[in-house]
Design a binder for this molecule. Sequence first.
Ligand code: KG4
Ligand code: ZN
Length: 365
Amino acid sequence: MAKKNLTILGIESSCDETAAAVLQVTNNQLLITSNIVSSQVKIHAQYGGIVPEVAARKHAENIIVVLQQALKSKKFNLKDVDAIAVTKGPGLITSLLVGVEAAKALAFVTKKPLIPVNHLAGHIYANWLSPICASTKSEILNPKQFFPAVCLVVSGGHTELVLMKDFEKFEKIGQTLDDAAGECFDKAAKILGLGYPGGPAIAAEAAKLPITNAKLPITLPRPMINSGDFNFSFSGLKTAVLYKAQKMSKLEIKKYLPEFCAEIQQSIIDVLIAKTIKAAQKFNVKSIILGGGVVANHELRRQFEEKVKREIPNSLLFIPNSKLCTDNAAMIAVAGYFKLKETLKKDWQKEFDWRKIKVDPNLEI
Ligand code: KG4
Ligand code: ZN
């Protein structure tokens, strides 16, 4: 394994996206050579949210096709792959099992190392793949330039602040006590009769409003914004949306839908930005790293850039390319690469034996 150039196959199936990607590492440059994502969004939209049993069945139907496409798109052969990285957790257990068992079968046949990856670490490492926003230009920079960092991971199931002292050195400093930010977007959208997933639907409605400093006719709370710690809570916001909607007629909801959505979005953005900046100040970090599906939100990205520039101008801000914020396997491959790199110093053969890998739906970072 003492190779300088590596090819890593990434596999992701933790929720409702079946994904496979090939990552090539050449002289410390990371290049995604294929990145296939088969989304089940349309199927789950009929039910207003993810149905785990349906998700697992679809993963089982799709996984081989997705793997075949990922390898075929650049005429890769399995024998060209040096290691396989797969999401071990957190996620839906039956969905995770499909990706992990497929990865085990491949590792068994090819006798290649199988690297178990934490999905949330994958969201963070997506930043090493995004030449657009991350000023890293996809190169593996000297860590001294951006560590320690505060990472905000905001997805459908998680809202966490993580202190990252180096590659593979994660320490959770805060998390949601109830609903995640993405979950709040999804549930609020459901209350307002918008489709699933709720985040993009709410963002699209909010975008219909011209950007002004004018006060919105609907106001919602900013839960725990001044709590003094780095935890979050979004279930109260969801309930506030429900109570507001119950007091309005259908016609009023329709009339004020962009205002309503803009306020939901702004409430979530305000809390996420305030807590992240406070954490960055407290831990005196060099950079802020964002990741997870909610980071695809245009307003969140714009306001983060604005606030970081204004309030902590000496900090770097890393935001992945929007397409790499939502679930994909390229981020799993790159997370696998860093794990492999760190573990190579130790006993990697023992560590990455496929027989040892078990899914963990509640895996913590
Ligand atoms: O990371 P992700 O793709 O899957 C999980 O790991 O959960 O995140 C999915 C979440 C959903 O809650 C979805 O509504 C939210 O990300 N999301 C957004 C946007 N795009 C996806 N939220 C706000 N604005 C968006 N543009
Ligand atoms: Zn995710």
